[in-house]
Design a protein around this ligand. Structure first.
Ligand code: UDP
Ligand code: MG
Length: 336
């Protein structure tokens, strides 16, 4: 009896997976030609690190044979775990699915098209071990189209850096490394994966940029056109709004509303002034109409602010989310 129990215990123990230290996340949309070469290079690099790792490949609704390639590779490499989306949800969603499934203390993301180089992974890990929370790759010698990609992205990077106050040279490089708690705290929408270091930095994470290699695309084609610039600009506007007003949206809407009402009073005051001084009839100037419009806009703005406050409270309170992030607790055993 005792021996059986012991044997069972031994079996259970052996079945326990080793603690994963490193999770590598690959977003994949129609990369069947690149995948075999990428996986072989990636596994070489990861095996040489001599730490327990996993690779999470997220197939983002590819219509080519990417999933077949992944299935075959997963049969050979038990460390390869595959998440297969029902349709194309976009790179941000693919990365987020990767973060959700990652178990490693360190999470690394890289493109699956061989443009990022797996050999840079040890450099990123080295930086994390120096105490940084996010290490972002900088494609110092970028191998994409000169005008339509490199030039525009340089302009975009400058703007993002200025607006966000988080100064990186290259936000768009997928090759990045995160400490797990940073990655798992992120909720990503739209195209905002490029802005992760910004959100992380706003949450108090230490962010650094390191130069990484970049290669021209060998197979397939880029999945993005110029439309992405507009999306990134709007994502940045959302980010900026959330940074300042997530917990107090009424300050933005209400502030604008009050200004508008003030302007309404100024307009009507001006109209009355004209009437008294010049005897100009109120009907002859557009000022009363302007005043009415500004007053209405002001009231609506304030009401929208109140609505936004209710939405925000529902968001935080329904999920019992505190509006702060704790780095560590000392002599406190609070979970979460
Ligand atoms: N990707 C994805 N879903 C998409 C578009 C792209 O998972 O809807 C993946 C793609 O397979 C690649 C990475 O995201 O691994 C970057 O895409 P791409 O190479 O097209 O972007 P670029 O390098 O041109 O900026
Ligand atoms: Mg690419």
């Amino acid at each position: 009896m005792n021996r059986i129990a012991q044997r069972q215990f031994a079996v259970v123990e052996r079945a326990e997976p080793a603690e994963i230290e490193l999770s590598v996340v690959l977003p994949i949309y129609e990369e069947e030609e690149s995948l075999p070469q990428l996986l072989s290079k990636l596994f070489d690099v990861l095996h040489n690190l001599h730490c327990p790792f996993e690779v999470i490949a997220v197939n983002d609704g590819s219509k080519d044979r990417s999933i077949d390639v992944l299935r075959k590779a997963a049969a050979v490499h038990p460390e390869l775990r595959v998440v297969d989306f029902t349709r194309n949800y976009g790179q941000t969603a693919a990365l987020m699915a990767g973060f959700d499934h990652a178990r490693g203390e360190i999470v690394i993301t890289l493109d699956a098209d061989l443009q990022n180089d797996p050999e840079d992974i040890p450099i990123l890990i080295g930086k994390l071990r120096e105490g940084y929370d996010v290490v972002s790759g900088w494609r110092a010698d970028r191998k994409d189209a000169a005008i339509s990609r490199n030039f525009l992205s340089r302009v975009a990077n400058r703007v993002i850096s200025r607006v966000s106050g988080v100064h990186l040279r290259d936000y768009g490089c997928t090759l990045k490394a995160y400490r797990r708690d940073v990655a798992s705290n992120l909720r990503l929408y739209g195209e905002m994966h490029r802005l992760i270091p910004i959100y992380a930095s706003w949450m108090g994470a230490k962010v650094i940029e390191v130069p990484v290699r970049h290669h021209a695309r060998q197979y397939g084609r880029s999945k993005y056109g110029l439309g992405r610039i507009m999306k990134v600009v709007l994502d940045l506007a959302v980010a900026k709004f959330l940074e300042h007003f997530l917990v107090k949206p009424i300050y933005l809407f209400g502030g604008f509303g009050l200004l508008s009402i003030l302007a309404a009073f100024a307009a009507i005051g001006w109209a009355i002034g004209l009437k008294i001084v010049d005897g100009t009839s109120l009907i002859l100037t557009p000022l009363p109409l302007l005043a009415a419009m500004l007053f209405l806009i002001g009231c609506i703005s304030i009401l929208m602010g109140l609505l936004a406050e209710m939405v925000m409270r529902t968001y935080f309170e329904s999920q019992s989310r505190p509006p702060y992030h704790v780095r560590q607790r000392i002599n406190l055993d609070v979970a979460a």
